[in-house]
Design a protein around this ligand. Structure first.
Ligand code: ADP
Length: 312
């Protein structure tokens, strides 16, 4: 990574950061790809994310920059390696595209497909809640990505609004595979306690029985509720109370928001504490709420980022 200054359009000095990726070619020669670091996009647990422009192709990507100094523990390193291994194997229109992964002396860099319209977290913050038709459009895209993931024996385990990105074309893309796992065989049960409190499935909290694909379906139910109501079903001021409410399946539909019976039915079928009784992805697509998918828009206009869709 190197820093320098240049003169911007207004003549003022601007600092720029160039990152070099050394690529060893088939003939052993070393080629250098250069990226200019641009706008700061956001911060996660380990990573800071920026726009990176490839100076040869001019293509702009999102790059997660992880300081090597934050990877001193072997567990952190292993987790990052697992995230990269899983994410780079995935190719689906509703999953954030993985591009490259490289390092220099200070950082590890992961370049990803740029999702310039942020996440559903920011969207709900701006809009408060969504119309049912918008919700259907997003849920169908999440189900499409989950069918792909589960058919490759991958469980995401951290589905939440903040990990659902929107591309420039308004396609929904699932990202952040930091907690994802690949099962060795279909009946395998995982026991690690992980996830984000509001979205965590009850069987993860009861670690004894282990968990599998159904945890992603539970999170999908929490996402659906949150998109329609404006806040997660089990949210409280402290994590312990949230966990107690999840275990007791204690959530209600508030009177002040109107939602259809079919939406309520889909949410309550998904938020079933026994994972074996939860609907499968295929059953969800056949549910009244989503059935007749033909009438659901494939994509929403960018105007819905700020305002509800017009009634026409
Ligand atoms: P971590 O794995 O450390 O939690 P995230 O994957 O959540 O990091 O990324 C941190 C932030 O960077 C996100 O909240 C988002 O604001 C931004 N970000 C991540 N990936 C992209 C992307 N592909 N396009 C645009 N912004 C992104």
């Amino acid at each position: 990574m190197s820093k320098g200054t240049s003169h911007g359009k207004d003549g003022k000095e601007e600092e720029y950061v160039i990152v070099e990726e050394k690529v060893v070619k088939y003939n052993g020669e070393i080629a250098v790809k250069r990226y200019q670091r641009g706008r700061f996009l956001g911060k996660g647990g380990f990573a800071r994310c920026y726009e990176f422009q490839n100076l040869d192709t001019k293509k702009i990507s999102a790059a997660k920059v992880i300081a090597k100094s934050s990877l001193t523990k072997s567990r952190a390193k292993q987790k990052l390696m697992s995230e990269i291994k899983i994410h780079r194997s995935l190719h689906h229109n509703n999953i954030v595209g993985f591009e490259h992964f490289f390092e220099d002396s200070e950082n590890v860099y992961i370049t990803l497909e740029l999702c310039s319209n942020q996440t559903l977290n920011e969207l709900i913050r701006r809009r408060k809640r969504l119309h049912e038709l918008e919700t259907k459009c997003y849920i169908v895209q999440i189900i499409s990505a989950l069918r792909y993931l589960h058919s490759h024996r991958i469980i995401h385990r951290d589905l939440k609004l903040g990990n659902l990105f929107l591309s420039a074309k308004m396609e929904l893309k699932i990202g952040d595979f930091g907690l994802a796992t690949k099962l060795e065989f279909d009946g395998e049960r995982k026991r690690t306690i992980c996830g984000t409190p509001n979205y965590i499935a009850p069987e993860i909290l009861e670690a004894k029985q282990g968990h599998s694909y159904e945890v992603d379906i539970w999170s999908l139910g929490v996402i659906l509720y949150t998109m329609l109501i404006g806040k997660p079903p089990f949210e409280t001021a402290d994590v312990k109370t949230t966990y107690r409410r999840i275990r007791m399946n204690a959530y209600t539909f508030p009177d002040h928001v109107h939602i259809s019976e079919s939406a309520k039915d889909m949410i309550s079928k998904i938020l079933t504490n026994d994972p074996a009784k939860r609907p499968t992805l295929d059953e969800l697509l056949m549910h009244d709420f989503l059935y007749n998918e033909g009438s659901i828009p494939r994509l929403l206009p960018a105007s819905t980022l700020a305002c509800p869709p017009s009634a026409t």
